[in-house]
Design a protein around this ligand. Structure first.
Ligand code: NAD
Length: 276
């Protein structure tokens, strides 16, 4: 599935539009899950140091037989490790666990504003990119005010912001800001952690196209130009979630899914008030 689309980042690098999320994938299962995904055509994997399965991701890539350069790998700096020197150290530890010589994308996992350290943390990511140890740098769960601050203080615009985004929480305002700034939007919990799969609107669109609800939702993210990282540890679902390149949603489908957006649709923590 090397024909899957890629999205151009503001630093000239490209990211495959569909990736595998491995949040809550047990570390002992991660290597076979990642290998299965690569065999199914995935070329992007999203992990984080807090997921405690970075080693499994590295092992899965090594076991796949596909060259490391063909696979796009992301990990994230955990909140407690924020700070300039501590970030550089945490990056080294992640790379060592994944057994990689370089990383494709390193993200600040949460702004964690109560710590007051995300600007110096961003400066450390800028250093890592300058040193060539990571190809692209970005953030996760950053709201407008956090983006404004890091860009204002460093002049470096993140390549990507990974945020909660699914049909019930569509992040229209933040996406418009990203477009203005040249930041790519990546959707976490793209299936609403599975809660959207029984939605009747999604189900009727799935019936219409003879596809599954998960495929309709992944396709919705693709049609909106987002980078999407559905999670599954089940081989059949892993394959199903990337088998989305031979159909498109029409304007009526997109309008119907657009109406699922809800002010109360957020599932995860609000980055402005989270205290972890
Ligand atoms: P998701 O929306 O991808 O939903 C995953 C769940 O949906 C699975 O556990 C399974 O129960 C179900 N599912 C998946 N495919 C299915 C299918 N084909 N049929 C039926 N059920 C299916 O939720 P997620 O894991 O929270 O998010 C995806 C990824 O996003 C994570 O694994 C992680 O990599 C990333 N993430 C990042 C952050 C962050 O703060 N940056 C937070 C949460 C998740």
């Amino acid at each position: 599935m090397n024909s899957q689309p890629t999205i151009l980042l503001n630093d000239g690098n490209k990211i495959p539009q569909v990736g595998l999320g491995v949040y809550l994938t047990p570390s002992s299962e991660t290597a076979p899950v990642v290998k299965t995904a690569i065999e199914a055509g995935y070329r992007q994997v999203d992990t984080a140091s807090i997921y405690a399965n970075e080693a499994g991701v590295g092992d899965g890539v090594a076991a796949s037989g596909i060259a490391r350069e063909e696979i796009y790998l992301t990990t994230k700096l955990w909140n407690e490790e924020q700070g300039f020197d501590s970030t550089l150290k945490a990056f080294d530890a992640s790379l060592a666990r994944m057994r990689l010589g370089y990383l494709d994308l390193y993200l600040i996992h949460w702004p964690s504003p109560h710590r007051g350290r995300y600007v110096e943390t961003w400066k450390a990511l800028v250093r890592l990119k300058e040193e060539g140890r990571v190809r692209s740098i970005g953030v996760s769960n950053f709201a407008a005010e956090h983006l404004d601050r890091i860009i204002g203080e460093t002049g470096v615009v993140p390549a990507l912001n990974q945020v909660e985004l699914h049909p019930r929480f569509q992040q229209g305002e933040l996406r418009a800001l990203h477009d203005k700034l040249g930041v790519v939007t990546q959707s976490w919990s793209p299936l609403g952690q599975g809660t959207l799969l029984a939605d009747p609107v999604i189900a009727s669109i799935a019936d219409k196209h003879s596809r599954t609800p998960a495929q309709v939702i992944v396709r919705w993210h693709i049609d909106l130009g987002l980078v999407v990282i559905p999670k599954s540890a089940t081989a059949s679902r892993i394959r199903e979630n990337i088998d989305v390149f031979d159909f498109r949603l029409d304007a009526a489908d997109l309008a119907a899914i657009g109406r699922l957006d809800s002010s109360g649709g957020r599932i995860g923590p609000n980055p402005l008030t989270a205290t972890f």
